[in-house]
Design a protein around this ligand. Structure first.
Ligand code: SAH
Length: 230
């Protein structure tokens, strides 16, 4: 299945809003860390419902926020959730991570939440981001599917797209290979997530249920921040 088929189906099922709800606990901390200044042009790579582009305009006064997604139904939904008052500053475009529809050095910052690992060619995607970001621009890349995050490894079983499972080190290396400096890398804990009842969420793979809970609440999402050199 292609990205388009897989995620068009998710959009049609309303999973875009479900992801927004779950990811917001973490995404809001990542967005708050971004050094966005009033008037900046920002991109949300793999935007799903489009919440991040809207938030960057509403709370950070971004001048122009683009949400890019490969699935036309995601783009359509994202537009439909966007209030008319925001439409002159928020735009949703269909596109692929490996071919970004922007000129060189035109974006101030890029955000991406739980999307980067779906890139067909993650190295090409990083080079594209490097190309479109102006010197000093940042890429805030948040992923909960990565090598050290054992509790998410099974995500690949439920999806037909090949997912990239890099380690923390590998993320930093790949960012540098693409020409970024790595400003920071750390984990954003999700202290608000509802841990499902034991009956609904088997924990045989864990020594104790408390260990699993701790993983979600404390270990959290890996955030790697790349800065385009001056
Ligand atoms: N960032 C959103 C959505 C995450 S789901 C959130 O936090 O909820 C990942 C999204 O990335 C999907 O909407 C999917 O269509 C998009 N995507 C995955 N691979 C892509 C690719 N190679 N090019 C463009 N979009 C892609």
């Amino acid at each position: 299945m292609s990205v388009r088929e897989e995620f068009d189906a998710w959009a049609a099922d309303g999973r875009d809003r479900g992801m927004e709800e779950r990811h917001w606990h973490t995404a809001k901390h990542v967005l708050a860390r971004m050094p966005v200044e009033p008037g900046d042009a920002v991109l949300d790579l793999g935007c799903g419902s489009g919440y991040a582009a809207r938030a960057l305009v509403e709370t950070r006064d971004a001048g122009r926020a683009y949400g890019l997604d490969g699935a036309p139904e995601m783009v359509r939904n994202a537009r439909s959730y966007t209030d008319a008052s925001l439409r002159d500053r928020v735009a949703f475009v269909r596109g692929d991570f490996e071919h970004l529809p922007f000129e060189d050095d035109t974006l101030d910052h890029c955000f991406s939440m739980e999307a980067f690992y779906y890139a067909r060619d993650p190295h090409a995607a990083l080079r594209e981001l490097r190309r479109v970001l102006r010197p000093g621009g940042t890429f805030h890349c948040a992923v909960n599917y990565y090598e050290e995050s054992e509790h998410t490894h099974h995500w690949q079983d439920g999806i037909s797209i090949d997912m990239t499972r890099w380690s923390r080190d590998r993320y930093r290396e790949a960012f540098r290979d693409a020409g970024f400096h790595v400003a920071t890398q750390d984990n954003i804990p999700d202290r608000e997530t509802d841990i499902p009842p034991a009956s609904e969420f088997p924990t045989e793979d864990w020594e104790t249920r408390a260990a699993m809970v701790e993983r979600y609440r404390e270990f959290g999402t890996l955030l790697t921040v790349g800065v385009a050199p001056a």
